[in-house]
Design a protein around this ligand. Structure first.
Ligand code: CP
Length: 305
């Protein structure tokens, strides 16, 4: 198949064949990451700029590693050390960087929709590395790849997403992606952290974690996003942990081959206990490893235009 898009902005706009194509390509890049010399010349002469208006460890580093392993030249701009602090707008920042002739921008922004607005105003390709509470497409793709490393198919799989659904772009991208691929998605958390329209995206809603765990093939635990909570949506972290924390005791009810996932960063002892995060069912670090291969696939597809 030919991948004809200029940008990769959201999972919502991808069809099943595009998702499968990206995942197949990512699988082929996994082997490069196991070599002693982890570099191929595919994007030699291409320039990738990482433009991050929000903090990141995993996404920015793995996009950077991915681009370098494809031999692209890369530059990282973080808002806090750029002229954004002097009042320059995101669009002016983009246009000035565009004048230096990059091929791909990888953009993270706290405003939902910002990568779409910026992509419409540049001839370079744009990859959304997370926009506000909206989408995080490369995370959903690496999550699907990690599930498929362990399960035969996404079709008819029961995926339980637990925690702060309201503020989570990871939840939204995964609901769109996983339901497209035939999985059943249940979101579970306190009512204050579940957006009212989430069922229209194809997810079922539950507030009762202990009833959901026995059916789950995958439990995706989300971080409590304290930085996006303007008002007290929870009585206390201790209470949240008691009702919605994933711990070893709770997992006694789970299927023996349940996968435990978390996009990171983790609040240890809040949404997930250390013995589960580091335990035998956890594939959290495999998600991080797969992030490089997925991002190589995305840069390969967009960087060669
Ligand atoms: N999963 C994720 O987006 O992590 P970072 O915020 O560290 O990039």
């Amino acid at each position: 198949m030919q991948f004809k898009r200029k940008d990769l902005l959201g999972i919502r706009e991808l069809d099943v064949s595009e998702i499968e194509y990206i995942l197949d390509l990512a699988r082929s890049f996994k082997e490069i990451n196991e070599r002693s010399i982890k570099k191929v010349p595919t994007l030699r002469g291409k320039t990738v700029i990482h433009l991050f208006f929000e903090p990141s460890t995993r996404t920015r580093t793995s996009f950077d590693i991915a681009a370098k392993r494809l031999s692209a030249d890369t530059y990282s701009i973080t808002a806090s050390t750029s002229s954004v602090v002097k009042g320059e707008t995101a669009l002016d920042t983009l246009k000035n960087l565009e004048a230096m002739k990059p091929d791909v921008f990888v953009i993270r922004h706290s405003a939902s929709g910002a990568p779409w607005q910026l992509a419409a105003r540049t001839t370079a390709s744009v990859i959304n590395a997370g926009d506000g509470m909206h989408e995080h497409p490369s995370q959903a793709l690496l999550d699907m790849l990690t599930i498929l490393d362990n399960k035969k198919s996404l079709r008819d799989l029961n995926v339980l997403i637990v925690g702060d659904i309201f503020h989570s772009r990871v939840a939204r991208s995964n609901i769109w992606g996983l339901t497209k691929m035939g999985a059943r998605v249940v979101v579970c958390g306190p009512a204050t952290l579940i957006p009212p329209n989430i069922d229209s995206m194809g997810a079922q809603i539950s507030n009762r974690l202990d009833q959901c765990i026995p059916q789950a093939d995958v439990i995706m635990v989300l971080r409590l996003q304290k930085e996006r909570q303007q008002q007290m949506l929870l009585p206390s972290l201790r209470e949240y942990s008691t009702w919605y924390g994933i711990n070893a005791k709770r997992l006694e009810q789970a299927k023996p081959d349940v996968l435990i996932m978390h996009p990171g960063p983790i609040n240890r002892g809040v949404e997930i206990s250390p013995e589960v995060a580091d335990g035998p069912r956890s594939v959290i670090l495999d998600q991080v490893t797969n992030g490089v291969a997925v991002r190589m696939a995305l840069l390969f597809l967009l960087g060669q235009r």
